[in-house]
Design a protein around this ligand. Structure first.
Ligand SMILES: C[S@@+](CC[C@H](N)C(=O)[O-])C[C@H]1O[C@@H](n2cnc3c(N)ncnc32)[C@H](O)[C@@H]1O
Length: 273
């Protein structure tokens, strides 16, 4: 069984063990499953723990015993090494084209793709929109997955960044115009108490604010419906006064039909201060 198949069956197994449901999650571009409220049952992957992901992306050793030159190599076939959560680029291409429109940006747009994992979304955006002045940096907490993707797509930009840490302390200035999130904020809402989820999402949104220029925007492509996500985009859920909250969200969202069935929810926020 390949790594991807192991992950898929692991996710399905854990999801099936849940007793009640309040959210819908698409475990991949072609599989629709249901996910429940905060879960404490054993065996559920810790999607909200960055270390869980680094382990999950641990390279498969392809070397034969004693062959030092191959030690640590990751599998080189792209097909099995890349994986898309929720949607593929083609599902959100027209929505992203609007979000990344450079018509009013003669100098182009600097885009940060957070929690990229082994998704090719950032590569697809770059190859489609580079000629319009869109530049993409893909980042993830896991050095394992960044090494893998750098090897598979050396023409794209890859960085190890902890999106729950301080952007400034990791050397990221407020230099991005756009942030693309697909299923990353979602990961921080999986498991734990409501307070823990809000704290993680609050830290994540603070990191994103630290990466964006004033007026910069962030798109969140999510499996979460507005009832479960909208609250995170309002400052009061993180104990902030409205004037201290750096984001503006108008309460709007879009529903995107996913090829092969299912839906994804798209939210757009703007950095106001
Ligand atoms: C559900 S996966 C989504 C991957 C990819 N965006 C996609 O849609 O296919 C969540 C990703 O967030 C990354 N992640 C989790 N915590 C992180 C953190 N603190 N900083 C950066 N990336 C993080 C994980 O390593 C993982 O790749």
């Amino acid at each position: 069984m390949s790594n991807m198949e192991v992950w898929k069956s692991e996710l399905l197994r854990s999801v099936r063990s849940l007793r009640s449901t309040d959210e819908v999650v698409f475990s991949s571009a072609d599989t629709v499953v249901e996910i429940g409220p905060p879960d404490t049952s054993e065996g559920r992957p810790a999607y909200n723990d960055p270390d869980y992901w680094d382990d999950r992306y641990a390279p498969s050793i392809t070397s034969k015993e004693g062959d030092e030159s191959d030690a640590g190599n990751v599998s080189s076939g792209k097909g099995d090494d890349v994986y898309e959560w929720i949607v593929k680029y083609s599902d959100v291409k027209s929505r992203l084209a609007k979000f990344l429109d450079t018509t009013s940006y003669p100098a182009g747009l600097d885009v940060l793709h957070t929690g990229c994992g082994n998704s090719t979304l950032g590569c697809d955006i770059r190859s489609d929109l580079a000629s319009t002045g869109v530049r993409v940096v893909n980042c993830d907490y896991s050095s394992n997955v960044i090494d893998l993707m750098r090897g598979l797509y050396p023409s794209d930009d890859w960085e190890v960044l902890d999106c729950l840490g301080s952007a400034g302390e990791q050397g990221v200035g407020e230099g991005y115009d756009r942030i693309v999130d697909k299923c990353v904020l979602d990961a921080f809402t999986c498991g734990g108490t409501e307070r823990e989820k809000r704290d993680l999402v609050g830290k994540y949104l603070d990191f994103c604010l630290g990466c964006l220029r004033v007026g910069g925007r962030m798109i969140v492509v999510s499996f979460g419906q507005v009832e479960t996500r909208g609250r995170y985009f309002k400052g009061e859920t993180h104990g902030r006064k409205e004037e201290e909250w750096g984001w503006w969200w108008g309460g709007d969202f879009e529903v995107v039909d996913v090829e092969g069935g299912g839906k994804a929810y798209v939210y757009e926020l703007c950095k106001k201060t």
